[in-house]
Design a binder for this molecule. Structure first.
Ligand SMILES: *Cc1c(COP(=O)(O)O)cnc(C)c1O
Length: 330
């Protein structure tokens, strides 16, 4: 066990808690009263602190702004049976944060700094800058559902999210700005989201940009194998782990657009869904490809996506056994 860091705490003068309508929470609009910050200067992390949530001032020369040298993580905490805060697989987020940092030439965040920032900030109530100095920040936001309905997605065969040899596997700021425009075009055509394909041939399914994607074809759970252009989702790994523990056949491999469309036409594609921390398990109701929409069977109570959602949600809330040691109580 690492020793706790000395974290300076400056409390907010007034809490905004009363203003929050917890029964109608939007996604990503409400932030808590406090945030965590630490600065990397001259080779070390300094001044870990909890301060009132608010704007930050940065130099106009900040490389994060010009060159996208910024990375982030996203994880959720849920209330357990005794109202305790349960955080899902934070150690895996820490590992991935540092894989992203390495790819983007940024300072790694030590395990104790990462874990203490979570436990201290969540207990009482998320960072970055130029080439030699960085800021690590933690912010918290109580959230509602990311998607409230099954998704209509379009398989994107023109634009590219990430290329082989690029930064797609890192949660790096620069991976996301370029995806906004193609997503907006798809939305104008009535879709909720895109499914990206490989940059070279646009023949292989990649992921959805905020979620990894999975298919159930002929009773087998099929998902694209990880590569340097796919973000290694912790939800993805959790769903695969649960599926294997249920002895469901699982295939992690290259998945062609062609086979998914052929399975949809044959009726052997019984489920498609996105998996990610924000969206949890997001069922897909139709796949758009080359001017046609392939409608999937409606999700049933016994669908794999439903059962795995219930299992994962149960584990996250402390209502089902944490067989894999995924939950950190803080
Ligand atoms: C964060 C993210 C995911 C989902 O990862 P989780 O760890 O499950 O939240 C998938 N794709 C991209 C591009 C992401 O940034």
């Amino acid at each position: 066990m690492v020793e706790s860091l000395k974290i300076e705490v400056q409390r907010a003068k007034r809490s905004r808690l009363e203003e929050v309508d917890f029964d109608h929470l939007p996604f990503g609009k409400v932030y808590t009263d406090h945030m965590f910050m630490a600065d990397f200067r001259d080779g070390e992390w300094l001044n870990p602190r909890i301060v009132p949530y608010g704007k930050i001032t940065v130099s106009p020369a900040t490389p994060a702004i010009h060159y996208g040298q910024s990375i982030f993580e996203g994880l959720k905490a849920h209330r357990g049976p005794s109202a305790e805060a349960l955080v899902f697989r934070p150690h895996d987020n820490w590992l991935r944060l540092n894989r992203s940092a390495e790819r983007m030439c940024m300072a790694p965040v030590p395990e104790d700094l990462f874990m203490d920032s979570l436990t201290e900030l969540s207990d009482e109530y998320i960072g970055i800058r130029p080439s030699l100095s960085f800021t690590y920040m933690v912010i918290l936001s109580p959230v509602g559902f990311y998607y409230s309905q099954p998704l209509k997605v379009r398989i994107e065969t023109h634009f590219t999210r990430a290329a082989q040899g690029g930064t797609g596997y890192a949660k790096a700021g620069g991976n996301y700005g370029g995806a906004i425009y193609p997503a907006k075009l798809a939305q104008a055509d009535g879709y909720d989201q895109l499914i990206w394909t490989d940059a070279r041939d646009h023949q292989y399914i990649e992921e959805s940009g905020t979620m990894n994607v999975m298919f159930v074809i002929d009773g087998t759970l099929v998902t694209p194998a990880l590569s340097d252009s796919i973000l290694a989702g912790i939800t993805r790994d959790s769903v695969l782990t649960i599926a294997r523990s249920w002895h469901m056949p699982v295939e992690e491999r290259k998945v062609t657009v062609k086979e998914v469309i052929a399975a949809a036409e044959r009726g052997t594609l019984t489920e498609a869904f996105g998996v990610g921390t924000a969206a949890t398990i997001a069922p897909i109701e139709s796949l758009g490809f080359e001017d046609r929409d392939y409608v999937l069977p409606a999700s049933t109570k016994t669908a794999f996506s439903r059962r795995v959602y219930d299992e994962l949600n149960g584990i996250k809330h402390g209502a089902r056994p944490d067989k894999f040691g995924w939950v950190l109580k803080i």
